[in-house]
Design a protein around this ligand. Structure first.
Ligand SMILES: *[C@@H]1O[C@H](CO)[C@@H](O)[C@H](O)[C@H]1NC(C)=O
Ligand SMILES: *[C@@H]1O[C@H](CO)[C@@H](O)[C@H](O)[C@H]1NC(C)=O
Ligand SMILES: *[C@@H]1O[C@H](CO)[C@@H](O)[C@H](O)[C@H]1NC(C)=O
Ligand SMILES: *[C@@H]1O[C@H](CO)[C@@H](O)[C@H](O)[C@H]1NC(C)=O
Ligand SMILES: *[C@@H]1O[C@H](CO)[C@@H](O)[C@H](O)[C@H]1NC(C)=O
Ligand SMILES: *[C@@H]1O[C@H](CO)[C@@H](O)[C@H](O)[C@H]1NC(C)=O
Ligand SMILES: *[C@@H]1O[C@H](CO)[C@@H](O)[C@H](O)[C@H]1NC(C)=O
Length: 528
């Protein structure tokens, strides 16, 4: 028991061990000729690569560690054209040297992916335009943007492919660090494709821009200020962006998503579905919200076996024990896993769905960027909030219909593993930032006291051998993508959006009805 964990949201603000990696040292914009030289070199090599059939490894210059090597990819025309991969490792100045870490000036500023996209992005990309729609008519002026400043944790400026940060407030743990790290990796992946922009980011759990505070009739508050955040809500205008955990959450021993999803994939193979415990499992921190505290009551009943197993995550003990008891890859041991949101969306959603156990999803109020296209009874089993009986019914139904329950578990896990590959996460970020950048009606300016930040200034100073640096090294994008971003699907128009949501609700209502019918019968039996 206790093999697994549920990543709980932190309710608030416990300024522990705040990392200051965000603020590094600024670099002088010198040696632009290096960039030019390298671009010429790259051109030269691409040209040569096409005529020489094999080019083992080419090292640029004597000082430079940028490595270029061709790979053969699928045939585009009759001849195989070797694709060029540029490898750009971190260029950390030696720790003994007295100079402060600077941002390299020789990373390619623009590189078009060689393989054009042949696939459409997952459906959740259809919400991007919806999130940005409120500024469609007006654009984002400086006045509009600055109104979000009082509640933002940091301002992030991208100008000519360089990134600058101005910190306003301490974020919990390393949320801001890994959020900024993620955007830096996006820029390494798609050089020259992230437009100039200024954005404000909120790192708390809950959204910050509520619709009730912004009315179209009121010229002083319309349009609402744009604020990037990790989750959305039907009553909020926050722009939904992937949370930090995709690049790591070292404080709770969570590795970046690439590594962790592979581990969970392997973990899925450990116990066959039929051999798993035929109960619903949850482990987490119940103290983050009232609904979670109430949810713990589902564990108890003197009348019947509730068929759930709920456990409280003791973070202090886990931390002392080196998180040995909370490995996510060891948690796919029950046939059913419960998702319940915390203070807002919960980072745990992807880890729970990744398990191919059937997810019992307690209807959340807050949504992250990828969950919005999931379909009840296809990817998960919908559970009404505050309905312990829904859980027992779902488990019993699953145990009576193992094939179907297993299929829902598998579909949910496939949805997640496929549509949430890191490539798609970056593609999603790219489209959000491009769409947002198009709305800029202001001169993008780097504030005087902002700091230039790059992967080097963030990672190089961390030499303690700890998990923060490991997460960074694991998620470092080493080469610009040879593959273009997926093709953006048509955004939902209002009618499609409405009918999608109605379909979702219909499935939820139907499930609720079956459940109620079952309980009517059960209660009659109890009363006899
Ligand atoms: C690494 O950075 C140093 C100092 O900024 C620079 O002199 C050197 O050329 C860089 N090396 C590579 C491979 O970019
Ligand atoms: C690529 O082209 C070569 C030569 O025409 C052919 O032998 C090979 O099967 C092709 N490979 C693929 C993956 O289409
Ligand atoms: C670093 O610089 C400081 C001040 O410039 C100097 O006192 C110190 O000796 C230098 N250390 C090394 C290792 O060069
Ligand atoms: C809002 O602005 C519009 C256009 O500038 C103007 O016509 C309208 O009277 C203003 N309304 C209020 C309430 O100030
Ligand atoms: C829930 O029930 C299980 C099994 O009966 C028990 O081991 C566990 O401690 C209970 N959880 C809570 C939070 O009381
Ligand atoms: C599961 O099957 C048992 C035995 O046939 C039945 O009594 C029970 O009502 C079924 N439960 C559900 C939820 O279908
Ligand atoms: C940076 O500049 C802004 C605006 O000029 C100011 O509000 C803020 O206090 C400054 N921050 C620091 C750390 O100096």
């Amino acid at each position: 028991m206790g093999e697994s964990m549920h990543v709980a949201q932190s309710t608030g603000y416990h300024p522990q061990r705040q990392q200051n990696q965000v603020v590094g040292s600024s670099s002088k914009l010198a040696k632009t000729w290096i960039t030019t030289t390298i671009l010429i070199f790259v051109f030269f090599i691409i040209f040569f690569g096409a005529s020489i059939s094999w080019l083992d490894m080419f090292v640029l210059g004597t000082e430079s560690r940028i490595q270029i090597s061709p790979i053969s990819t699928r045939n585009t025309s009759k001849t195989t054209i070797p694709k060029i991969i540029i490898k750009i490792p971190l260029n950390c100045t030696s720790p003994n040297s007295n100079t402060t870490q600077t941002c390299p000036s020789n990373y390619p500023t623009k590189l078009d992916p060689e393989i054009s996209s042949s696939e459409t992005c997952p459906d959740y990309f259809r919400w991007i335009q919806q999130d940005l729609k409120v500024w469609e008519g007006t654009g984002i002026t400086r006045e509009t943007l600055e109104r979000a400043k009082p509640i933002a944790h940091f301002r992030l400026v991208i100008k000519s492919g360089r990134l600058y940060v101005q910190k306003y407030d301490k974020a919990f743990q390393t949320r801001d660090v890994f959020t900024i790290w993620g955007i830096l990796q996006l820029m390494r992946m798609y050089p020259g494709q992230v437009p100039d922009l200024e954005l404000l980011f909120l790192c708390h759990d809950k959204p910050g821009i509520w619709k009730r505070d912004f009315k179209q009739e009121d010229n002083a508050t319309w349009p609402p200020p744009p604020l990037f955040h990790y989750c959305g809500h039907r009553d909020a205008y926050d722009i939904v962006f992937p949370d930090w955990s995709f690049w790591g959450w070292p404080e709770v021993n969570l590795k970046e998503w690439n590594k962790l999803s592979e581990a969970i994939k392997e973990g899925n193979k450990k116990v066959k579905w039929e051999d798993r415990v035929p109960y619903a499992y949850w482990k987490g921190n119940p103290m983050v919200s009232i609904s979670r505290r109430n949810f713990m009551k589902c564990n108890f009943s003197d009348k019947y076996d509730p068929m759930v197993r709920l456990y409280v995550q003791d973070w202090k003990r886990e931390t002392r024990a080196g998180f040995k008891g909370s490995k996510l890859e060891d948690q796919c041991t029950h046939r059913y896993k419960i998702y319940i949101e915390g203070n807002a969306w919960s980072v745990s959603e992807k880890y729970i769905l990744a398990c191919d156990s059937m997810t019992l999803l307690i209807k959340p109020e807050f949504y992250d960027f990828f969950g919005r296209s999931m379909i009840p009874l296809k990817h998960y089993w919908p559970i009404r909030p505050h309905h312990c009986g829904d859980l027992k019914f779902a488990v019993e139904w699953g145990n009576n219909n193992t094939d179907k329950a297993q299929a829902i578990g598998r579909e949910g896990s496939e949805y997640l593993m496929k549509s949430l590959e890191m490539k798609y996460v970056y593609d999603y970020m790219l489209y959000v930032l491009q769409g947002y950048g198009n709305l800029m009606k202001l001169d993008v300016t780097v504030p005087e006291n902002a700091t230039e930040v790059c992967s080097e200034t963030m990672a190089c100073p961390i030499t303690d051998g700890g998990l923060i640096r490991q997460c960074m090294d694991d998620s470092l994008i080493m080469s610009p993508s040879v593959k273009a971003a997926c093709d953006l699907p048509q955004p939902y128009d209002d009618d499609e959006m409405k009918s999608f949501l109605e379909k979702q609700e219909r499935a939820e209502r139907e499930t609720g009805k079956w459940t109620d019918e079952y309980w009517e019968v059960q209660n009659k039996i109890f009363q006899q």
